[in-house]
Design a protein around this ligand. Structure first.
Ligand code: PLP
Length: 481
């Protein structure tokens, strides 16, 4: 597709503004004036078509199914956007005076922060939350910094953080950025066993980062024993709650013994995910980690007014400018109030049901390495198809031709030819069935006609790329005719 500049025709105009009463030359010296702004010359219709066609090349949840594992690409209802756009919130200046008498225009916003923190604390069973972190990985880094502050305060000398081999890459990355040595614990049949943990758990371990259900979609059934072992070493237990629609309303991680948790509001709670943000990764903590939370904290005075407290002597300090991504957690607040306890629980049930339905229907067509009840997602493997030269990558590309987004592939690393599928609670049965039927057709094609799959996609605007060539001789330009 041509750029809007290439479509430009000299002299063509979109509108005829009135002759201005005064000229720009009257205000700006002639030697500072540009000759034209280099804008394209097009009619209004040219511009409308151009951008409409561009937008139609976009793939998103609003247009099609997007079962990208560990990403929770679910549909987030539009009413949350309307709430976030309300002028009383959207136009607030972040340093507006807080208390009554001084203006108090932000009391409502402070109340939203306070209430969102307490709803999230209730949902997860944690003592307190901070809304500051602006993404999942940012929440993890904040969490690891909290661990460090906790141990420093107690005089503990700890140098390591343990992550399972199925962990999302951001877990070891966050631990490393915070200055810890990362130790991997090997899963057995998809989960962490007390024996495997015992091999790596020593007095140097500051904390263990867990995702439960893990990225294989499996619940860590040894959890109570693992929690006990970890706490015996005075290590902290971190919960990666990016995909909370697996357990929301069913298990409170605080009750299960976790000390720190981050949530991805842009996956689970009312904000679309992808496209580069903005996101929000609030962090919840148990009572013993609470003193170290970032500043500021929203506190409530006896007369019911809210204010920002900076008087937190043990705080790790700032992790974000102002108070994080206010618009995003405002959406989460609206979403939680609208769904209520029952609705949030049903969201979890829907996500888990969809994943299990899909796993069952696919089990005779693809290898399912851990074929037992899963949570919000499951992994399939294209090892059988690979015998005919059709790899997970080819299956993913073939799905594009059928109008679906591909699942996550080759992750987690411990599964060969991995396809990690997360249907989410928002898709109806017809959509899920169509995706399954297409995957089954692809499996049949892999036996009969593997070359077709190796050439996919053929219907998309960008066809199969030679990935080696793309990496070795990069062409970085917008001139892609
Ligand atoms: C998405 C995800 C993250 C990272 O979240 P970002 O907001 O992308 O930084 C961390 N852990 C898990 C399990 C995830 O799925």
């Amino acid at each position: 597709m041509k750029t809007v500049f290439e479509k430009s025709v000299p002299g063509r105009e979109g509108c005829w503004p009135e002759e201005p009463k005064s000229k720009i030359e009257d205000f700006i010296p002639a030697d500072l004036l540009r000759e034209g702004a280099g804008m394209p010359s097009l009619s209004e219709l040219d511009v409308v078509r151009h951008f409409t066609q561009l937008s139609q090349k976009n793939f998103g949840v609003d247009s099609n199914f997007y079962p990208l594992g560990s990403c929770t690409m679910k549909y987030n209802p539009k009413f949350t956007e309307q709430v976030a756009a309300m002028p009383g919130f959207a136009k607030l200046h972040p340093v507006i005076p807080q208390l009554k008498g001084a203006g108090h225009h932000c009391q409502g916003a402070l109340e939203v922060i306070h209430e969102t923190e307490s709803l999230l604390s209730e949902l997860t069973g944690m003592a307190a939350f901070t809304m500051h972190p602006m993404a999942g990985a940012h929440g993890e880094l904040t969490g690891v910094m909290l661990m460090a502050a906790y141990h420093r305060d107690k005089g503990n000398k700890k140098t390591k953080i343990v992550c399972p081999d199925s962990a999302h890459g951001t877990n070891p990355a966050s631990a490393a950025v915070a200055g810890y040595d990362v130790v991997s614990v090997e899963s057995k049949d998809g989960i962490i066993t007390p024996e495997a943990l015992a091999e790596v758990l020593d007095d140097e371990v500051a904390g263990v980062m867990m995702t439960c259900p893990n990225t294989l979609g499996l619940f860590e059934t040894h959890l109570p024993e693992l929690v006990k072992m970890i706490h015996e070493k005075d290590a902290l237990l971190y919960y990666d709650g990016a995909n909370m629609n697996a357990i929301m309303g069913k298990l409170r991680v605080g009750d299960a013994g976790f000390d720190i948790v981050h949530l991805n509001l842009h996956k689970t709670l009312g904000t679309p995910h992808g496209g580069g943000g903005p996101g929000s990764g609030p962090v919840g903590v148990s009572e013993r980690v609470k003193p170290f939370l970032p500043v500021s904290r929203v506190e409530k005075l006896e007369d019911g007014q809210y204010y920002l407290s900076y008087d937190e002597p043990k705080s790790i300090g700032y992790v974000a400018p102002f108070y994080g991504n206010f618009g995003v957690y405002l959406k989460a607040y609206a979403y939680m109030l609208r769904l209520g306890r029952e609705g949030l629980t049903r969201a979890t049930e829907g996500a888990v049901l969809s994943a299990n339905y899909m796993r069952k229907r696919l089990e005779n067509h693809y290898e399912i390495p851990y074929n037992r009840i899963c949570m919000h997602e499951f992994v399939a493997s294209a090892v059988e198809q690979a015998k005919n030269g059709v790899r997970a990558l080819d299956v993913a590309k073939a799905l594009l031709d059928k109008g679906h987004h591909a699942p996550t592939i080759y992750f987690p690393l411990i599964v060969k030819e991995c396809l990690m599928i997360e249907p989410t609670e928002t898709e109806n049965k017809e959509t899920i069935d169509r995706f399954i039927d297409d995957l089954i057709e692809i499996a049949e094609m892999a036996e009969k006609n593997p070359e077709v799959l190796q050439a996919a996609p053929v219907t998309t605007s960008v066809k199969r790329l030679d990935e080696t060539k793309a990496a070795r001789s990069m062409v970085i330009t917008d001139d892609v005719k």
